[in-house]
Design a protein around this ligand. Structure first.
Ligand code: PNS
Length: 171
């Protein structure tokens, strides 16, 4: 199969995402990882930081490219010359949202969605759980690559220091 776009927020990329990308890279000629900028969602990492982290951990995969995008996924898919979107399913709980999104993308831009099941060992990992655990000081290196886990710790530390300074200012 020629080219698929694997879109997401990747805030941050998890071992579950990486497993899916690796498996997809053996099926598709090229996998484009599309990082949604989504400033309205106030991501922990900027789009540039998320792209850089993904590029670092995927540097050995010759047929995987990482790009950021804004706006509609179907426009991005057409822009990069693909017609297939790849999404991972961790279980039935993902299915409702994903099937709706697949139908919208099919309707909007004739874009097909192919689903791959997450490996059972990654089926409970999500970026939001990783962010929450890290904000409570928990080690998240079981869920994300170690370079990413270091960056999360740095980022959370910076945010907490900033909040502390901000809070202490009026006194
Ligand atoms: O990792 P996520 O946050 O589950 O990824 C969701 C994503 C980026 C795939 C989805 O929000 C998306 O495609 N956003 C772009 C806007 C869009 O095209 N919306 C229409 C589809 S409902």
């Amino acid at each position: 199969m020629p080219k698929a776009v694997y879109p997401g927020s990747f805030d941050p990329v998890t071992k579950g995402h990486l497993d899916l990308i690796m498996r997809a890279s053996r099926i598709f000629e090229q996998v484009i990882v599309g990082v949604l900028e989504n400033k309205a969602k106030m991501p922990l990492f900027s789009a540039e930081e998320r792209v850089k982290m993904l590029e670092e951990v995927l540097s050995d995969c010759d047929n995987v490219r990482v790009l950021s995008f804004e706006g509609l996924l179907t426009d991005f898919v057409h822009m990069v010359g693909a017609d297939t979107v790849l999404r991972g399913l961790r279980g039935v709980s993902d299915f409702d949202y994903e099937s709706q999104m697949a139908a919208v993308n099919q309707d909007l831009g004739s874009v097909e969605t192919i689903f791959m099941m997450a490996e059972p060992e990654y089926s409970y990992i999500s970026s939001s759980a990783v962010r929450e655990l890290a904000s409570y000081g928990k080690d998240v290196s079981r869920y994300v690559p170690c370079t990413v886990s270091d960056k999360i710790q740095e980022k959370i530390k910076k945010i907490q220091e900033k909040e502390c300074v901000h809070y202490e200012q009026p006194h």
